[in-house]
Ligand binder design. Structure first.
Ligand code: ATP
Ligand code: MG
Length: 255
């Protein structure tokens, strides 16, 4: 379980996130939605510990800020929206970076570490690309490699910032289904941002709507994804219908 309480972040003196709180229960998927520039990535970076914040952050009751980065990395894995990648590094070596917090004193990967990386790669259609330099990957392949590195870390909490934006439909489904399978198999807790509101509603148990750095609504998908709420916060005209599974389907329509 990950619990964030009154998280505030300023970037270069500008307040971006204002006292945002959220809880994702063990084995649950929480999606953070909201318009461009709302502060979703900044909030996720605070949870990942890559930006300074005030407030409290615990995983299973443990204060994350008190932990050494190596111990923190065993609990929380993070796939950023726009990471800087080591372009010359082979994809396999990049995935093995996910094993760093687990390595022993000599920092040498074992056969088991390589097997974990290779298994994740296979599930994301990356097996044939493992020797290629990261810089040679297509946008979608890069995005799957970023996710693969985070999954190779085998932390209990997975933070995903827009994991599907560069992916074709088939790979969007593959990535989200894989994350959901791992959630069910291993009790992973997932916190993701997702621009596609229908997808957010299909996979997440809870949605948190972040607007201007503040969480304005939290609830299950049908509660949060109403045409009225979307019109108010996204300035978009949409039609919301209910799918066979009872979850909302959002379609843009001409105003
Ligand atoms: N270094 C910085 N200095 C000042 N402002 C910044 C800095 N980095 C980001 N911002 C601003 O903070 C706000 C929130 O950015 P953030 O990337 O968290 O938004 P987001 O909700 O993830 O948006 P998107 O949907 O476009 O991914 C934006 O207005 C952005 O321009
Ligand atoms: Mg973002």
């Amino acid at each position: 379980m990950i619990h964030a309480e009154k998280i505030s972040v300023s970037l270069h003196g500008t307040p971006i996130v204002h006292g945002a709180s959220m809880t994702a229960e063990s084995g649950q998927w929480l999606a953070i939605i909201g318009p461009n520039g709302a502060g979703k990535s900044t909030f996720l970076r605070a949870l990942a510990g890559t930006v300074k914040f005030s407030g409290s952050l615990t995983v299973s009751g443990q204060d994350i800020q008190a932990l050494h980065p190596r111990e923190r990395a065993k609990l929380i894995a993070y796939a950023p929206q726009t990471p800087i990648l080591p372009d010359d590094m082979a994809v396999m070596d990049y995935l093995l970076l996910g094993r760093t917090p687990h390595l022993g004193y000599l920092g040498q990967e074992s056969a088991a570490d390589r097997r974990i990386a290779a298994e994740v790669a296979a599930r994301l259609d990356l097996s044939t690309l493992l020797r290629r330099p990261v810089g040679s990957l297509s946008g979608g392949e890069r995005q799957r490699a970023i996710l693969a590195r985070a999954l190779t870390q085998q932390a209990g909490v997975l933070l995903l910032d827009e994991p599907t934006t560069a992916l074709d439909l088939g790979h969007q489904q593959q990535v989200l289904e894989l994350v959901d399978e791992l959630r069910q198999e291993r009790g992973l807790t997932v916190v993701s941002t997702l621009h596609d509101l229908t997808l957010a509603g299909q996979y997440a148990h809870q949605l948190a709507l972040l607007v201007d750095g503040r969480i304005v609504t939290v609830g299950d998908p049908a509660e949060v994804l109403t045409a009225q709420t979307i019109a108010e916060h996204y300035a978009a005209t949409v039609h919301v219908s209910t799918g066979q599974d009872g979850r909302p389907l959002i379609a843009l329509r001409r105003p």
